[in-house]
Design a protein around this ligand. Structure first.
Ligand code: ADP
Length: 201
């Protein structure tokens, strides 16, 4: 399955992604992690990206798309993957659709982890990660609301969006994620009938 997890900073995407990749046995494609690795390695892309990340801004699409395209073309992503932190803008989503379509593939479903803004701020103050400076955090939330939230409508119109409540324990939330996956799998029934030996979620 090719699944996208979308949620604002602090929504608990990291925890759910860990559980999901183990459950689905697919590679985890996190653009945040790829970027942090590029920053650590000091590559030209990393140096450029780091300037945006430090300000709580999105990294330009050109850098992101180069990185993700290469990764999506790798053999281990042929049968599925979990996309985490990508796409984050409408141009990224459109490029992803084109790229997959050219390979006769598609996104199977998008899970939105919905968490109210005041809860995000409360969590950020409680965990105090290095990149959780309150001003920068507010900018990351704003960039989610302005640049990423429109993706929810984009995927809703494609009939691919499942919005789930991101409040509760990690296990409670993961049960909701699994229920969303079962919904995506139902949409794929015609294809599974042609391929009776296909895996079940
Ligand atoms: P979070 O979801 O907590 O904001 P991530 O680890 O996903 O954190 O991303 C960290 C930073 O990397 C983002 O704030 C942004 O600057 C950059 N980034 C990650 N993915 C993308 C993307 N798809 N497009 C643009 N910038 C990105």
């Amino acid at each position: 399955m090719r699944i996208i997890l979308i949620g604002p900073p602090g929504a608990g995407k990291g925890t759910q992604c860990q559980k999901l990749v183990e459950y689905l046995q697919v590679p985890h494609l996190s653009t945040g992690e790829m970027l942090r690795a590029a920053v650590r390695a000091g590559t030209p892309e990393g140096v450029q990206a780091g300037r945006f990340m430090d300000q709580g801004q999105l990294v330009p699409d050109a850098i992101i798309l180069g990185m993700v395209t290469k990764r999506l073309e790798a053999a281990d992503c042929r049968d599925g993957c979990l996309l985490d932190g990508f796409p984050r803008t409408l141009p990224q989503a459109a490029t992803l659709d084109d790229l997959l379509e050219r390979r006769a593939m598609s996104v199977d479903g998008v899970v939105e982890l919905a968490v109210p803004r005041d809860e995000l701020v409360r969590r950020m103050l409680a965990r105090k990660r290095a990149d959780d400076n309150p001003d920068i955090f507010a900018k990351r939330i704003a960039s989610f609301e302005v640049q990423t939230a429109p993706l929810l409508d984009y995927y809703r119109r494609q009939g691919k969006l499942a919005s789930i409540d991101g409040l509760g324990t990690a296990d409670e939330i993961f049960a909701r994620v699994r229920a969303a996956l079962r919904g995506f799998a139902r949409h794929q029934l015609p294809r599974q009938r042609r391929e009776p030996s296909g895996p079940e979620v």
